[in-house]
Design a protein around this ligand. Structure first.
Ligand SMILES: *[C@@H]1O[C@H](CO)[C@@H](O)[C@H](O)[C@H]1NC(C)=O
Ligand SMILES: *[C@@H]1O[C@H](CO)[C@@H](O)[C@H](O)[C@H]1NC(C)=O
Ligand SMILES: CC(=O)N[C@H]1CO[C@H](CO)[C@@H](O)[C@@H]1O
Length: 178
């Protein structure tokens, strides 16, 4: 009787402890996500991308960096393949040249982040950031080369997403240096 009484007192306490503990680390995870995403041009895209790709309800800067890099590599690869098709389809020489600037830019972004991922897996975060640091400039080259073309820009959305994903990767990656 005494035992079941003390159990009936302890078990609810334990449940409360476990619940508050897990909600507080979920809240901490959201704080970390907010810290990153509030620096982005689109909070919603950033927050959604992290949540859609989290394997558990809680994570930290290491986990967020892994997600951001993975999504950056996937988007850069998809978009590179898409640009290759656009280049093939385009006959106007000026527009074709502008697209080829993008083809080269996305190829560089993809390979830089693939190399960055190898450094990340070896926990060499300075090496990772070093190979990634030029990617915003390369991506911006693509935007600039298309922006002066009279043809409707076929990469507006993809470039916007790429810009944010690169920034997410770099902002989370910098946190790993501390
Ligand atoms: C971020 O996403 C989570 C999960 O979908 C959601 O619960 C939260 O409200 C979002 N944050 C904001 C400020 O919209
Ligand atoms: C390339 O051109 C073909 C035929 O006009 C079209 O069906 C296809 O959607 C185009 N592809 C791209 C990526 O624009
Ligand atoms: C074209 C493409 O692959 N776009 C994706 C880029 O990444 C975001 C975030 O994961 C996806 O929502 C897009 O569909």
């Amino acid at each position: 009787m005494a035992i079941s009484r003390s159990l009936s007192f302890f078990v609810p306490l334990l449940v409360i402890f476990v619940l508050t503990n897990s909600t507080s680390s979920e809240a901490q995870t959201q704080d970390v996500i907010d810290e990153v995403c509030r620096q982005m041009e689109e909070y919603g895209f950033c927050n959604r991308t992290f949540h859609e790709n989290m394997k558990s309800p809680t994570t930290d800067y290491v986990g967020l960096t892994a997600i951001a890099m993975d999504q950056t590599i996937k988007n850069a690869s998809n978009t590179y393949d898409y640009i290759v098709l656009l280049v093939k389809n385009t006959t106007d020489p000026k527009f074709k040249f502008a697209l080829m600037v993008c083809e080269s830019a996305f190829s560089t972004v993809r390979s830089s982040f693939q190399t960055g991922l190898q450094y990340f897996n070896k926990k060499d975060n300075a090496g990772m950031l070093n190979v990634e640091h030029d990617t915003p400039r390369r991506q911006a080259n693509c935007e600039a080369s298309l922006s002066i073309q009279p043809t409707p820009n076929p990469l507006v959305d993809r470039n916007r997403q790429m810009r944010i994903l690169i920034a997410m990767s770099l902002v989370t990656g910098h946190q790993l240096l501390h």
